[in-house]
Ligand binder design. Structure first.
Ligand SMILES: Cc1ncc(COP(=O)(O)O)c(C=O)c1O
Length: 494
């Protein structure tokens, strides 16, 4: 079957019957202007003369005459049996292609509320973002079992009428909540009941809901520094006050936090694998944090974002599993273990009532997350592919980390000091003191490498010479090529 070009809508046209200009002239002028201002673009199909005459309540003859004139002038092309099209040549008339006739740039008329975005996060706004070495937090997409996914997806689509395809079920597809709870209980020691869980569109939505629902203007929040900008932005958006807490070997410096901000309402932590430094919060510190939260009525937001990928030791149980007082809200995502593009994550609340309250808030914004994807993931987990995929990727990522460390040692000598991690998908690599990481990262970007700096994740405590290198999302060859590019960049500086 031949390709059918969809017909364009000419809603910008208005015909005034009792106006000075004739109907012919009004239609002619407006269509021509439509071409000039880019409303009508090369290759698009016009409505038929019959449809135009019905829509604008004008004679078909008038429409035919205008079409004919515009065809003679080269704006339109008539194709027998197919209709009238905007000519291929119009691009040269259209202002969107022509610098000389482009309209003046006007200043923006709106003032956006500040969203607290820092530079590290602005990259996520790009619509053309591609994955380049050494982008952090991206999985090795080429190793995703697409065939299996397609098979499960086809089966789910065949039985789609069994799903809840209306607006309800904002808490998330119950079988998926059950499957995720089982997974979290077994692999992360999370205390989980499907009724306490809410499926969300990624961790960032979870963090925004938390800030929106729990924070009042000026509420103090302990924030890991350096830390995840998704959390800082969410807290700032809803009026919370960021209280930066330095990271020490044992995790967040709790002495500092309790001394400087004793009235904090919430603490954001990544205890299994601190983002981005990679430290694991010591058991003693976990107990201290939980006791503080209990005594001071503080919420703990545990972002357990990539702890499935732990390499040389057994997984560290989640903080949530140790919480006996109901202070921890657990946040997890499927971006690292399945695909970031799925935009799915989950929250586990201490009580059903709290899960219900958050469900109501989510339904105000958008209702349920994509139910078809939820059903596919449920099958993916139920049939054992999820845990198989995680196990497989764990082996590949461990090797990728070793490879990257070796490549750095081989090609960059001592100019970059990698700090391999026990868990996760990136590590920190230190430049020598005095070498500015931002300058190196900016130069590397010009060569097509996406390298973030520790500074981009700092709230208050700066680390001038730390680079963040993701190792999970790339093949050995990609990493080797990229390291040689990075070598050239470093050669220019020291
Ligand atoms: C600390 C942390 N939490 C969560 C996420 C995942 O966010 P999302 O679920 O919105 O993809 C990331 C991704 O980079 C992260 O670094």
């Amino acid at each position: 079957m031949g390709k059918i070009t969809p017909q364009i809508l000419v809603t910008f046209i208005t015909i005034h019957k009792n106006k000075g200009a004739t109907i012919h002239d009004q239609l002619y002028e407006q269509l021509k202007t439509g071409v000039y201002n880019g409303m009508l673009r090369s290759g698009e199909r016009m409505p038929s003369s019959r449809e135009m005459s019905t829509e604008f309540k004008i004679s078909r003859n008038a429409v035919l005459q205008v079409f004919e004139q515009l065809t003679i002038e080269g704006f339109f092309e008539a194709k027998t049996g197919a209709g009238t099209f905007i000519s291929k040549n119009v691009d040269k008339f259209s202002w969107s292609k022509s610098k000389t006739t482009a309209p003046e740039q006007k200043p923006e008329r709106f003032t956006a509320r500040p969203y607290g975005l820092n530079d590290a996060f602005k990259g996520h706004v790009s619509s053309l973002e591609l994955i380049h070495p050494f982008q952090a937090s991206v999985p090795l997409i080429s190793e995703f079992p697409f065939q299996t996914w397609a098979r499960i997806s086809a089966a789910v689509h065949k039985k789609m009428n069994k799903l809840h395809l209306g607006y309800d079920d904002a808490q998330g597809y119950w079988p998926l909540r059950k499957a995720l709870c089982d997974h979290l209980r077994i692999s992360r020691s999370v205390n989980c009941d499907p009724d306490n869980m809410l499926i969300v569109n990624g961790s960032r939505q979870a963090l925004n809901l938390i800030a929106e629902i729990l924070l009042n203007d000026g509420d103090q929040c302990w924030m890991e520094d350096p830390g995840y900008p998704g959390a800082t932005s969410a807290i700032k958006r809803f009026g919370g006050q960021i209280c930066p807490v330095p990271i020490i070997d044992d995790g967040m410096d709790l002495n500092f936090a309790s001394h400087h901000y004793p009235k904090a309402k919430l603490a954001y932590v990544t205890p299994s694998h601190q983002f981005p430094m990679g430290n694991t919060m010591a058991l003693s510190e976990r107990v201290k944090l939980l006791n503080w939260a209990k005594d001071h009525d503080m919420w703990i937001v545990e972002d357990d974002y990539d702890s499935e990928f732990r390499y040389n030791s057994r997984p560290i149980p989640a903080l949530q599993g140790m919480d006996t007082n109901g202070n921890v809200i657990y946040v997890g995502n499927l971006s690292k273990v399945i695909l970031p593009a799925l935009r799915l994550g989950y929250m586990v609340f201490p009580t059903k009532a709290m899960a219900r309250q958050f469900t109501i808030a989510k339904s105000v914004i958008e209702g349920q997350s994509n139910i078809i994807n939820q059903a596919i993931i449920n099958e993916f987990i139920r049939q054992g592919h999820f845990s198989r995929h995680i196990r497989r990727m764990r082996v590949l990522y461990k090797k990728a980390q070793d490879d990257l460390v070796n490549l750095i040692r081989l090609h960059l000598n001592n100019r970059l000091q990698p700090v391999p991690v026990e868990a996760g998908m990136h590590f920190i690599a230190w430049l020598p003191p005095g070498v500015n990481a931002t300058i190196i990262a900016n130069d590397a970007l010009k060569e097509g490498l996406i390298i973030q700096t520790l500074n981009q994740y700092s709230v208050q405590f700066n680390n001038q010479n730390g680079l963040i290198l993701g190792f999970a999302g790339f093949s050995f060859m990609e990493m080797e090529t990229a390291i040689l590019v990075l070598k050239r960049v470093l050669d220019k500086h020291f």
